[in-house]
Design a protein around this ligand. Structure first.
Ligand code: AMP
Ligand code: GLY
Length: 428
């Protein structure tokens, strides 16, 4: 079978690497891809947010039997609906189901209505009303632009001044565009004794009836060591997550995963695809920080390398709503991904820097994100450039190996966090 994968980052490279191992997959196309993906797939230069153009391309390529939509924006725009309408088989939720990510106001309403644990909140579409609300609020509090904002639409405000500025930025200056037409104002969640709560990402396969959680992973969202600096798309990940015990996994399944899938069904928005739960451990139990309607990036880069089952078989089972019939198995051990980013990311950064890669250990998984091949020379083309992933018996072993190899890669301005995989793993 020939498959099309939509997207162009490290997550898509990891998905394509897993699909390339499937005995049922012959040829892979990627729209638009990058220099690393080009080694495994034929890259197609079509704007994947132009639904009509993607639909026409898939119609014309009759050899393509299945399309995987990985990024949030085409899902939010309704690319799955467009392709299904034209009679194609697709992996990814439709537009109404993807709203669980593309509207934070909808996600919060869903959790409140169905009793799914999350931070208390209010929603406003009027600036004056929102301002009056924060003037009476306790701090810290969290402001969230309702729509998609590249992971940057969340502001944690320590005091009234910061909250007033944040409100101005999101609702008046439209720093995140139309995503800020509505705002969610949320209680600030913490762990024990007001320390930051531990966070875990639980990506789950679901066909709307059955839910199969993948192995848990932990992201590092801030740009700098020690979780300082600006929020980014994610600077590195590791799996497994030491605090995520069997007991917590059961609590999460019973109180969060299953109720969410049932709630989406009850709302007439059955969710088929990967539902991502961003969770925080609080003194009152596990709570939802965010939902995503897709695989996480860079969580996928550490989760999929541990998958023993054929990913294409899982995708097909989800499309056909027979996920309950297949057994999904994982390797034992750990995996760590260190993101190498362009200097300045997540703010302004330069592109077009030549990348040199020394001799890496054979079993290193090097996932490309923002790379391009310019006449045979590998160059940077994005904020997050490469993900260096290593497996090991423990997170410590995997981390040391990932860093040993990251040091053999360089480009002008290259920056990366030196502490990926250290948090929550102090006992090692
Ligand atoms: P999000 O984009 O919604 O995942 O938010 C980005 C990060 O902000 C999360 O990973 C948390 O670290 C933090 N965050 C978001 N919402 C809250 C909250 N209600 N309380 C505390 N921290 C939060
Ligand atoms: N790593 C977080 C996300 O994919 O949104």
């Amino acid at each position: 079978m020939n498959v099309l994968v939509i997207g162009n980052g490290g997550r898509e490279h990891a998905i394509i690497a897993a699909l390339a191992k499937s005995p049922s997959v012959d040829k892979i196309y990627c729209m638009k891809g990058n220099a690393g993906i080009a080694q495994l797939a034929e890259c197609v230069d079509v704007d994947y947010c132009n639904l009509e153009a993607v639909g026409d391309w898939v119609d014309a390529h009759t050899d393509v039997e299945y399309t995987v939509i990985a990024p949030d924006d085409p899902l939010a725009l309704g690319l799955a609906d467009e392709l299904e309408k034209r009679g194609h088989r697709v992996f990814g939720p439709n537009k109404r189901a993807a709203e669980i990510e593309s509207s934070k106001a909808f996600a919060k309403m869903l959790m409140k209505k169905y009793g799914i644990p999350t931070a208390a909140y209010e929603i406003f579409d009027d600036y004056e009303q929102a301002l009056r609300y924060i003037e009476k609020s306790k701090f810290p509090l969290v402001l969230k632009a309702d729509g998609l904002a590249l992971g940057k639409g969340v502001l944690i405000c320590e005091n009234l001044q910061q909250a007033t500025d944040g409100l101005q930025q999101i609702m008046c200056d439209k720093a995140f565009g139309a995503a800020g037409n509505k705002i969610v104002i949320e209680e600030y969640l913490t762990g024990k004794e007001f320390t930051p709560g531990e966070e875990v990402s639980v990506l789950t396969f679901t066909d709307g009836k059955t839910i199969v959680p993948m192995i848990p992973s932990c992201d590092h969202k801030r740009a700098m060591d020690g979780d300082r600096g600006l929020n980014t798309g994610g600077m590195g990940t590791f799996t497994p997550c030491p605090f995520y015990t069997e007991e917590i996994a059961q609590e999460v399944k019973d109180k969060i995963l299953l109720p969410t899938v049932r709630a989406m069904n009850a709302e007439g928005r059955p969710f088929k695809g990967v539902l991502y739960f961003g969770l925080m451990r609080t003194p009152d139990g596990m709570k939802v920080v965010e939902y995503n309607a897709r695989f996480g990036d860079p969580e996928t880069q550490v989760v999929l390398p541990m998958l023993k089952t054929d990913l294409m078989e899982i995708f097909q089972a989800i499309t056909d709503e027979r996920l309950a019939d297949i057994k999904i198995e994982w390797e034992e051990g750990a995996c760590v991904c260190v993101i190498l980013a362009s200097g300045g990311y997540p703010q302004k950064y330069a592109k077009g820097k030549s990348i040199t890669i020394g001799e890496l250990d054979q079993d290193i998984l090097l996932y490309h994100a923002g790379t391009t091949n310019e006449n045979g020379i590998l160059k940077t083309s994005g904020g997050r450039v490469l993900g260096v992933c290593a497996k090991g018996k423990t997170v410590k072993e995997a981390r040391e190996k990932a860093y040993r190899n990251a040091e053999k890669i360089s480009f002008e301005g290259m920056q990366y966090r030196k502490d990926i995989g250290i948090k929550y793993n102090a006992e090692e």
